[in-house]
Design a protein around this ligand. Structure first.
Ligand SMILES: [Zn+2]
Length: 252
């Protein structure tokens, strides 16, 4: 699902919880049919959600949240720290660390310089205030390029048609495939090792034949991307970390 997850809907309100040294905002989500309160701390969006029975009172929601404030605090502290796109910051590109270098005087736009030792540099020309946006735009373009190439290769192999390929900032899924053949991916896959991006492309292309996750689907996914299992384990272990990067800069 794209970032519209964050949009407030009429069923959602929030309450602020006083913890020892901070205030924790908790989004309340009333769900028809929910039998009890459930707390979740999401790493992609760094927010806390309390799912509650439709008829439960706000007071009982607050009481529940207060009882679990230590647990919530511990979960928040365990979230990976956000990394902004700013000079000196390091983020992965195709699985390799890259350090951001600002070259305000240089001609050009954005380019990669490899070093004999240490991480490669991603160099950005132009004014400081455009740096984060330029990196974000660059990563989306690179993601689009790699994903389109991988999708095309896999689609040709099994002779299926693709209606469209779009690249967004999704939080709950790395990719999706509609019945009509519209494929949607997270641009953040460009930060993962190349075999992970390739696997995601193969996965969504395989859905053009099997819309489920049946054994037949997985056999086809493995056929297209022999590193399916390795990529799945990588995403399980490291996928959430990809959401750390490129948090918007505080207004100055
Ligand atoms: Zn799937």
């Amino acid at each position: 699902m794209p970032s519209r997850l964050r949009r407030a809907d009429p069923q959602t309100s929030a309450l602020d919880l006083r913890a020892s040294d901070e205030t924790i905002r908790i989004a309340l989500r009333r769900v028809t049919g929910a039998k009890r309160f459930t707390l979740r701390v999401r790493s992609a969006t760094r927010d806390v959600i309390l799912t509650m029975p439709h008829r439960a009172s706000i007071a009982s929601a607050r009481e529940f949240a207060e009882r679990h404030v230590a647990w919530i605090g511990a979960r928040i502290r365990r979230l990976p720290q956000p990394v902004r796109f700013e000079p000196g910051a390091v983020f992965p590109l195709r699985g390799e660390p890259h350090v951001i270098v600002h070259r305000p005087e240089a001609r050009g736009y954005i380019w990669i310089e490899r070093a004999d030792a240490g991480p490669a540099s991603i160099c950005v020309a132009g004014a400081r205030e455009h740096l984060a946006r330029r990196i974000g735009d660059y990563l989306r373009r690179e993601a689009q390029g790699d994903i389109k190439a991988a999708v095309r290769t896999h689609a040709e192999k099994i002779e299926v048609s693709i209606r469209s390929i779009s690249v967004r900032d999704t939080t709950s899924r790395w990719g999706s495939c509609s019945v009509a053949g519209a494929l949607n991916f997270s641009w953040r896959l460009i930060m993962a090792p190349a075999y992970v991006l390739d696997y995601l492309a193969a996965h969504e292309v395989a859905h053009r034949i099997h819309l489920d996750h049946s054994p037949k689907f997985w056999a086809l996914a493995h056929h297209l991307a022999p590193e399916t299992d390795r990529a799945e384990s990588w995403l399980k272990a490291h996928g959430a970390e990809l959401h750390r990067y490129g948090a918007s800069e505080p207004a100055s």
